[in-house]
Write a protein that binds this ligand. Structure first.
Ligand code: G4P
Length: 191
């Protein structure tokens, strides 16, 4: 998505060789029109995949996902992050380890919002090691539903998540694929 790549080049800051800060339009302040354009791109790619619901993971995945759900006219579900296992309630839960943040959390989905006839599109803001995406996939598959694919706003292609999801056979579509980060340097994979 050219517009996104331009914004990343104009406003993104490579904080290190692994972390890209995009607080001005995605992770803190949110550019709603840009989110809408993201929704248009995700719809174009996934509209013939038989999707019945769109899942995201709180919190920065919500804005691009709500725009996609609106344009695809589908329900959206936000997977919640809980710090510990909750014992009551009819939920699917799985532990996810975040290498970027160095912590574990319980990804949680109410059984009310999925069934075995669903085909789920998972959308998230960043793909790094792929642990959050894998956690979401586990919840979908535990419910007996299918994964239609994974939509990512910014993929850090130099980290293991993309290759791992490709190897497992999931259909991953990223709006921007970052090849390299460094001081004053942001490079994309050109497609
Ligand atoms: P993974 O799922 O691909 O394994 O990624 P990881 O757990 O390592 O990422 C943890 C959190 O850090 C996620 O946010 C992810 O969006 C964010 N993140 C990873 N790499 C970057 C980066 O280069 N830049 C920025 N800005 N964020 C990054 P989160 O904990 O889910 O928080 P939220 O922002 O969605 O609330």
């Amino acid at each position: 998505m050219e517009l996104l790549k331009e914004r990343i080049l104009q406003e993104g800051q490579a904080l290190s060789e692994t972390i890209l800060k995009v607080d001005s339009f995605l992770n803190h302040q949110v550019d709603a029109k840009l989110m809408f354009e993201m929704g248009t791109c995700f719809k174009k790619y996934f509209e013939n995949h038989g999707v019945t619901k769109i899942f995201t993971i709180e919190s920065s995945g919500i804005a691009p996902t709500v725009m996609t759900a609106m344009q695809m006219d589908l329900p959206m579900v936000t997977l919640k992050k809980q710090s510990s296992k909750i014992l009551k309630g009819e939920v699917y839960q799985t532990t996810v380890h975040s290498f970027t943040k160095g912590l574990d959390y319980e990804l949680t989905l109410s059984k009310k919002y999925i069934n075995e006839n669903d085909t789920i599109l998972i959308i998230d803001d960043f793909l790094a090691n792929g642990e959050a995406a894998l956690g979401a996939i586990r919840l979908v598959e535990e419910a007996g539903a299918k994964v239609a694919g994974i939509g990512i706003v910014i993929e850090k292609s130099f980290q293991p998540g993309r290759a791992m999801l490709d190897e497992k056979g999931y259909d991953v579509y990223s709006l921007a694929r970052v090849k390299k980060l460094g001081k004053g340097l942001i490079e994309f994979i050109e497609e």
